[in-house]
Ligand binder design. Structure first.
Ligand SMILES: [Zn+2]
Ligand SMILES: [Zn+2]
Length: 440
């Protein structure tokens, strides 16, 4: 097997990775972020022996990427995942969509890019040349010039199956839509805290919590504005598991308006005037939306983590965070070291084992070794669940005994793969005439 080299995506975005930057890796610092992402794959462009990349991998604990079968790529074929959003008034969103579509001609970008009168929400993957060209082009428009761009390494080429670039009435999914919300008015949202402000606020909160746990005088609430299954692979220490399966049905703080008080609602009985509500989500967009709703409900002291958890991990490492970060693309979940590679390596370069005893197998309740969901092998269930290796084996990739007897079963996925379209499996099955045997 060919030796491995690191591909470095550098900031500012227009720079091209080259040997010089690889050598600069030794001066990697969070104060001067030279590198916005690090991808680990084989590459013929970076010549050999003078660059002992494997040592870099050890120093910076890039082992998360060492199992990649990255295609031999030149600089520009280094695939990355880019996320950004911006709430701002867009006068003619349909025209805007057309402009973006024409920019994409001849560029290899997959993902979800939505526009409407309230702004843009983009998550996409592509070779760095194309992926960065698009965001640079978007930023040339003054409406979008100050977007916070988040970049992370793709694991195995594209992280999305295709490009969806279109007008969408709601930039995020909410039961009643978002067009009635004052999303473009920053004063209606939570106060954004930088990652370091968030960290010190959390540390203060935890101290107060410890002091006052017996006196019941807690004046702040840490709110995970994501889904329960996202919390399951990683969350801020002290955050309650959200009892929701999709953001569209998030209802924190709304139970007072119902006749029944919802037990799981952490905001049900809080003092709206005097309680600090600290909200976080993956990239910040859900908090911006949800804080607008809470503002309307009369909550006064709302704070959000600017740029979400991904921005936090990039700047503060995993301090206060446990486990991985769930992401809505084919990578499913990323260890904190993806965002800030040096944090989980100690001086000897040895991998520090992150404690994640909170992560349990959905089937048997035992601790899972890998913080990554799988979809139930039963196409008609498709449940996203955490599973221990024994149960993967025993239940053939299904979430329960009933699913193992279902009509449309897919094979057990190995490693970090994702299921493909059903016809891939159906056709194989009809040719061979065989079917997986249900577990008895
Ligand atoms: Zn199990
Ligand atoms: Zn199932």
């Amino acid at each position: 097997m060919a030796s491995s080299y690191a591909l470095i995506t550098v900031s500012p975005l227009s720079s091209t990775p080259n040997n010089k930057y690889i050598h600069k890796l030794s001066s990697f610092s969070n104060k001067t972020p030279i590198f916005t992402s690090i991808n680990f794959s084989r590459c013929c462009k970076f010549p050999g022996p003078s660059i002992p990349i494997w040592n870099y991998a050890k120093s910076f604990n890039l082992s998360a990427f060492s199992s990649l079968n990255g295609n031999c790529a030149d600089d520009d074929d280094n695939f990355i995942v880019v996320n950004f959003y911006r709430f701002v008034f867009v006068e003619n969103p349909q025209d805007e969509v057309s402009k973006h579509i024409s920019f994409m001609q001849g560029r290899d970008i997959h993902g979800r890019i939505y526009l409407n009168e309230q702004g843009i929400n983009a998550q996409y993957s592509g070779p760095s040349k194309d992926a960065l060209a698009y965001v640079e082009w978007v930023k040339q428009d003054h409406k979008f010039s100050d977007i916070l761009v988040q970049i992370s390494p793709a694991i195995n080429g594209h992280a999305f199956p295709k490009l969806k670039l279109r007008y969408k009435p709601s930039l995020v999914q909410l039961e009643e839509g978002t067009s009635h919300l004052a999303l473009v008015d920053p004063s209606m949202r939570a106060t954004p805290l930088t990652p370091s402000e968030w960290r010190s606020k959390l540390e203060t909160v935890n101290k107060i919590d410890n002091l006052s746990s017996t006196m019941n005088t807690t004046k702040s609430i840490l709110l995970d504005v994501r889904n329960g299954y996202e919390w399951d692979v990683g969350h801020f220490d002290g955050a309650q598991r959200p009892d929701v399966d999709s953001f569209r049905s998030t209802s924190f703080g709304l139970s007072e308006t119902e006749t029944e008080v919802i037990d799981e609602d952490p905001l049900a009985t809080v003092d709206k005037e005097n309680t600090d509500i600290l909200m976080y989500c993956t990239g910040g967009i859900r908090c911006d939306v949800y804080s607008t709703i809470l503002r309307q409900q009369g909550f006064k002291r709302l704070y959000t983590l600017k740029g979400g958890v991904s921005h936090y991990l990039e700047n503060e490492g995993s301090n206060g965070w446990v486990g991985n970060l769930f992401v809505f693309d084919s990578r499913l979940s990323l260890p904190p070291s993806t965002y800030k590679p040096e944090i989980s390596a100690d001086a000897s370069g040895k991998k520090r084992e992150a404690p994640h005893s909170f992560a349990k197998c959905y089937i048997c309740g035992s601790q899972v070794s890998e913080l990554r969901h799988r979809n139930c092998a039963n196409l008609d269930c498709n449940l996203l669940f955490l599973c221990c290796l024994k149960c993967v084996d025993d239940f053939r990739g299904c979430c329960c005994t009933k699913c193992t007897a279902a009509a449309r079963l897919r094979p057990v996925l190995i490693g970090h793969q994702r299921y493909q379209k059903w016809h891939k499996y159906r056709d194989v099955e009809s040719k061979s005439g065989s079917r997986l045997n249900p577990v008895t």
